[in-house]
Design a protein around this ligand. Sequence first.
Ligand code: H2B
Length: 98
Amino acid sequence: MSRLLTDEEITRQLADLPGWRRDGDTLRSSYSSPSFAAAIEFVRLVAVDADQMDHHPDIEISYTTVRWTLSTHSEGGITQLDIELAHRIGEAAESTGS
Ligand code: H2B
């Protein structure tokens, strides 16, 4: 199980996650995909990772913009699982040109 990260741990790890910011008990990021189809493929790739991790993002899709909100509900805040998922989202973004 993942524990809540400290403020310092979050700040340090966000340095390796360009485009991501902390918003209270969540991590947030917004990506722009080259097309609606690419945005859906981006989300599909992350869905596979999320199920594999058993850790799931909140997702808002607005045409070619995909907004992600990450939090560990069971802990009520940000854990290493959110950091790991943010990295995987970054990889899926790269492979879909987002
Ligand atoms: N996703 C997120 N973001 N937070 C959780 O606490 C969580 C989850 N819990 N996905 C998982 C599923 C839990 O419901 C299952 C039973 O492991």
